[in-house]
Design a protein around this ligand. Sequence first.
Ligand code: PNS
Length: 165
Amino acid sequence: MIAIYPGSFDPVTNGHLDIIERAAALFDEIIVAVAPNTGKEPLFSAEERKEMLIEACRGIDNVCIDSFEGLLVEYARKTKAQVIVKGLRALSDFQYEFEMALTNRKLSPSIETMFLMTCAENSYLSSSIVKEIAALGGSVVGLAPDFVAERLRQKAREGIRRDIP
Ligand code: PNS
């Protein structure tokens, strides 16, 4: 069975990687799909976000990295995915994820959304937090892969401090 794990991944964190690894153990194939336009101004371009995901997922055989425009359910139909995988952290995620899951079911009843609970260690982790720490000169070791930390430092050096909440 094919599953899609969609998101902004701006950038990929250890929380995302935990979900990808666990989903890869459950499904025949996981498509990690970068949504270029989610209404937020990204720090990294879609191409950069894909590159980082490819690097981070090296070694997981049944994962492929892609990007999509438009409706997620249309992309799921196109790729023959039957399941949308989402990670769930705190209660604060629930309302938004609940709305998206029900909207996607309304649009395409045959595509199921499955939530994987974050591991406790990553429950506070988000791309926004990782970006803010890096932009303010802090260390993101243990929060994101080392090469992502380096890409963040590079962005900080370039003086790009967009998307700081
Ligand atoms: O990592 P994010 O920003 O929470 O990911 C949100 C994402 C990309 C999963 C969501 O915005 C999405 O599915 N976008 C595609 C557009 C779509 O299908 N919208 C209708 C469903 S609510």
